[in-house]
Design a protein around this ligand. Structure first.
Ligand SMILES: NC(=O)c1ccc[n+]([C@@H]2O[C@H](COP(=O)([O-])OP(=O)(O)OC[C@H]3O[C@@H](n4cnc5c(N)ncnc54)[C@H](OP(=O)(O)O)[C@@H]3O)[C@@H](O)[C@H]2O)c1
Length: 331
């Protein structure tokens, strides 16, 4: 028997409960992972509350789209992975049936990659979703190049912090956006070349000032909402690209009228494709080895404290980085 977080109805954090269940066996092409640590993501919150766009299989839905652990059983036909391998989960498109908030989960072998040696499980759990999203949106989708000015909204969020580090690693110039002046110093410390605090500055005016009057080559937006049209004015006209990755502001977002390229990015576009995963992993693991990428962890909860972890996410009081839960193999 092992612990699994489930919910029978959508709602607040209180719908999450921990139950004990038999551990499932991997089928052909699958592996069973003993989860050491998992991250709490915004998508989990949307799924739990019923606001996510994908169907939820109730009752007894599982949760969790990110995690790391040790392969402890391998199904037939799996090559290149064995019992005892430390792995990172790279995509859980059907998290209500095999989510990572658990002591164990069974996944297709194609949904994990070997974890770099020496990366501790808590940091590893904070890596994949934020960094693969920022990398996919900036590099694969928007074609970020050295020297590009990259404007990053919600820069103190997990995707934003990853985007700052990835922009730096490529040689681009990350310009961070926050709603609060009080966060400026932390964003400079996180690697931003410039910081725009929208409680004191006009975002378009400041973006033009930081880009020699031409606007950002790329805007990475995690917020959307009514501010989207104004934000697009901060992009370099004609050649600029706006990539939206998130929806932290759930209000309707007006479609920008600027002559720029606009992409709506979902990381599954790359994380369900083995060749893209290979490229993403190669970039991220080299960045970790070089010390250029360093996932921030804000707070660690035990699996049994999962409802409290969701309340903590909802309160929005995080200083910096990911909320991590720990599973079977971490005390
Ligand atoms: N497309 C994909 O595949 C993909 C993958 C991962 C995440 N996402 C989405 O990307 C978005 C960002 O994720 P994340 O993990 O970086 O989020 P997060 O860590 O929770 O980001 C929180 C930060 O966002 C900023 N923010 C700006 N406007 C906000 C608003 N209206 N409400 C709340 N916070 C706001 C706040 O910073 P300041 O106070 O400094 O402004 C806050 O510290 C989410 O919508 C998430 O679902 C999408």
């Amino acid at each position: 028997m092992a612990r699994v977080v489930v919910f029978d109805e959508t709602g607040g954090p209180e719908v999450l409960r921990v139950v004990e269940e038999p551990v499932g066996d991997p089928g052909p092409g699958e592996v069973r992972v003993r989860i050491e640590a998992f991250a709490v993501n915004r998508l989990d919150e949307l799924t739990r509350s019923g606001a996510a766009p994908m169907p939820i299989r109730l009752p007894h839905a599982r949760l969790g789209c990110e995690g790391t652990g040790i392969v402890d059983a391998v199904g037939s036909g799996v090559d290149g992975l064995g019992v005892g391998d430390a792995v990172l989960v790279t995509a859980v498109p059907d998290m209500t049936s095999n989510g990572t908030y658990a002591d164990y989960t069974v996944l297709p072998a194609a949904r994990v990659v070997k974890r770099p040696a020496g990366l501790d499980p808590v940091k590893a759990a904070a890596l994949w979703v934020a960094y693969s999203t920022a990398y996919g949106a900036l590099v694969e989708k928007a074609g970020m190049r050295p020297g590009d000015h990259v404007l990053i909204t919600a820069a103190s969020g997990t995707v934003g912090l990853a985007a700052i580090q990835i922009a730096r690693r490529i040689g681009a110039v990350p310009i961070a956006v926050t709603r609060r002046t009080a966060k400026k110093d932390a964003l400079f410390a996180a690697g931003a070349s410039a910081v725009i605090a929208t409680d004191q500055e006009d975002i378009v005016e400041a973006a033009l000032r930081h880009t020699g009057g031409v606007g950002a080559d790329i805007i990475l937006d995690s917020v959307m909402g009514p501010g989207l049209a104004e934000l697009a004015r901060a992009a370099r006209q004609i050649t600029g690209t706006l990539v939206t990755v998130g929806w932290l502001d759930p209000r309707p977002a007006p479609y920008p009228s600027q002559a720029i390229t606009i992409h709506r990015y979902m990381s599954f576009e790359h994380t369900l494709d083995p060749e893209s995963v290979r490229r993403i992993a190669a970039f991220l693991f080299a960045g970790l080895r070089a010390g250029a990428l360093d996932p921030a962890v804000d707070k660690v909860f035990a699996l049994d404290e999962i409802a409290e972890a969701h309340r903590y996410l909802q309160r929005g009081q995080r200083a910096h980085g990911k909320i991590i839960g720990t599973g079977a193999a971490v005390a």
